[in-house]
Design a protein around this ligand. Structure first.
Ligand code: ZN
Length: 304
């Protein structure tokens, strides 16, 4: 009896143990299965993210490559444009020297416009120049971003953009108070134009003409040379900078004196409505007198 009881208890314990073992195994199995499934889901999720990231990176890389190619093309284009402009000015310099030696019968007029840009008037001047396919020179001051479109149009149309100081301040405490004040004003305008438009000016005009610099003129010119600048005065003018005249007066201001010149610089201001109205007749009149129109360049005999 005792032996049988022991045997039964033994079997019971064995069953309990088996049960526990089985339960444990089942638990472990399901737990692992769940964990594995969770991990698998996570892995898949990560793979999706990764491939999305890769795709994004691929797109970004492609975009970068495209941009680089665009920049290369643009630089190539700028180089070509720069070369063409240099070549153009080389030919112009050659023509000037042949005119001055009497070898050529040609005449050159450099139309110049000071003190702009102007929001209300400059575009009328640019329209007339476009209409007659004439390239000119704009001696400009430093004005804010509202004027960017005008600076940009002057540059893109192939006119010469030149430096007329940043402030044009002619008061006693202004640009002419010292050599350094003057050069600083030129530098400010040069640097801003270069920063905003990637265009480097190398020609300037003294506000009021080089005579305004008086006893400082020599030192200022020396300083300008060291900065790579040449300066330009003028031969004839409409007179719009001195007083308000009629359209007719402005036309005569130029055409009555132009016969004296083979290579001539004409001074005008692109703030004057009457000059804008006179401009077509000035261009036609000078053409009739045999003048060609060129934009000024650093190597011109008119740039000192
Ligand atoms: Zn001026």
């Amino acid at each position: 009896m005792a032996a049988r009881d022991r045997k039964d208890r033994g079997i019971l314990i064995l069953l309990v143990l088996l049960f526990l073992l089985l339960g444990g195994s089942l638990y472990a199995f399901f737990h692992m299965k769940n964990t594995a499934e969770t991990h698998q889901a996570k892995i898949e999720e990560l793979q999706v993210t990764l491939s999305k990231e890769k795709e994004k990176n691929r797109a970004a890389l492609q975009e970068l490559a495209d941009k680089e190619e665009e920049i290369r093309d643009l630089e190539e284009y700028k180089k070509k444009a720069g070369n063409a402009r240099e070549e153009y000015f080389r030919m112009a310099a050659d023509l000037e020297s042949r005119i001055l030696s009497g070898e050529s019968e040609a005449k050159i007029a450099y139309l110049t416009f000071d003190d702009g840009p102007y929001l209300t008037t400059t575009s009328s001047f640019l329209d007339v120049l476009d209409e007659y396919d004439v390239k000119a020179t704009f001696f400009y001051l430093l004005k804010d971003e509202r004027y960017d479109e005008i600076y940009r149009r002057v540059i893109d149309s192939g006119h010469t953009l030149a430096n007329h100081t940043a402030t044009h301040n002619l008061k006693s405490d202004g640009i002419y108070q010292s050599v350094e004040t003057f050069l600083e004003d030129i530098r400010l305008n040069r640097d801003e134009i270069e920063r905003r438009f990637g265009y480097r000016t190398d020609i300037m005009r003294f506000p009021g003409g080089s005579g305004q610099a008086r006893e400082k003129k020599g030192d200022i010119i020396q300083g300008l040379r060291e900065m790579g600048y040449g300066y330009v005065d003028w031969d004839t003018e409409t007179g719009d900078g001195r007083n308000v005249g009629s359209v007719d007066e402005y036309i005569h201001g130029v055409l009555d004196h132009s016969e004296n010149y083979r290579v001539m610089v004409v001074l005008m201001h692109d703030y004057s409505y009457n000059t804008a109205k006179a401009l077509p007749s000035i261009i036609e009149g000078l053409r009739d007198q045999g003048f060609l129109f060129l934009p000024l360049f650093h190597e011109s005999v008119k740039v000192k």
